[in-house]
Design a protein around this ligand. Structure first.
Ligand code: FES
Length: 291
């Protein structure tokens, strides 16, 4: 399997020589000469790895792309190797730079190509085990639904059930294996409400807005949850921990007003109870991340 690398840099000579070098090592290399074009290509081509010049036309261009990529759930896991001119110059010139210069995936020009290859292979190794599982899963699904009518929708259903959304990398694998244009796959995904393009939150909070709950104070609960989590209906918190959704009747009207978190019902609630309930989940997450 040949990995796809996207090189984003406005220095034509550097781009040309690096592309030739990496292609000679078996990588497929595509290039972009500015941040805007680069970001567009990341979304369209879903490379396995990005090599990004941190200072192109303007000093914070690279940083802006890193932020845009990490804010996009579909592409945020693509590893980025950041290229800088000189550590000293970079830290002096970008007063507000938020790049950790000790990060082993920050490399300096002139590039030490041996170091670059080591970094690339370390990043890709981490990525390849997940990619292998994904590819294997897609191939099994294709075998299962091969030649059957409506197979694209059935495959997408299985992918959605498995991941909770349709990862962009899987959509790319499907275009390759089914020989269907990517645009057609996204047309189907966006037509059906059931398919999601972003990973779901880790804990799903469903708030009942059915009549019984509504009359017993669901709107106040809803407002309180939105204030605590600073998200709106249907949104996911920035850390990906909570997802909020309003629903119609959870089937336990006698306990109104009701919310459900990951299938567990909380009934007869008052707005103030919510702080403690949500803290219970937040604390659990904090403990898990400390281990
Ligand atoms: S209306 Fe809320 S549980 Fe039925």
């Amino acid at each position: 399997m040949r990995y796809k690398i996207l090189l984003i840099d406005n220095n034509c000579a550097f781009v040309k020589s690096t592309k030739i070098f990496l292609e000679s090592k078996g990588y497929l290399v595509n290039t972009a000469c500015n941040g805007q074009e680069g970001f567009q290509k990341v979304k369209e081509e879903f490379p396995d790895l990005i090599l990004l010049d941190m200072m192109m036309t303007y000093k914070t261009e690279g940083l802006r792309i890193v932020k845009a990529i990490t804010a996009d759930a579909a592409i945020k896991d693509i590893p980025i190797i950041k290229i800088i001119e000189e550590r000293k110059k970079f830290s002096n010139e970008t007063k507000f730079n938020q790049i950790n210069l000790q990060d082993k995936n920050v490399i300096e020009k002139p590039i030490n190509y041996k170091q670059l290859l080591n970094n690339i292979s370390a990043c890709l190794q981490k990525r390849s085990s997940q990619h292998y599982k994904d590819t294997e899963m897609v191939e099994n699904l294709i075998k299962k639904w091969e030649g059957k009518e409506g197979n694209l929708i059935m495959i997408l259903h299985e992918v959605q059930n498995y991941y909770g959304y349709i990862p962009r990398g899987i959509a790319f694998d499907l275009t390759r294996c089914l020989n269907i244009p990517l645009a057609r796959i996204y047309e189907v995904i966006s037509f059906y409400n059931y398919f999601k393009l972003e990973p779901p939150g880790k804990h799903i909070i469903s708030i009942c807005m059915g009549t019984a709950c509504y009359l017993k104070g669901a709107p106040q609960l809803f407002k309180k949850i939105k204030d605590i989590l600073t998200i709106e209906d249907g949104e996911i918190t920035q850390d990906g921990i909570f997802q909020l959704q309003s629903v119609r009747c959870l089937g336990c009207c006698g306990l109104a007003p009701v919310i459900m978190i990951d299938g567990k019902i909380y009934g007869n609630l008052k707005a103030d109870d919510l702080v403690e309930i949500i803290a219970e989940y937040t604390n659990k997450e904090e403990k898990t991340s400390c281990r």
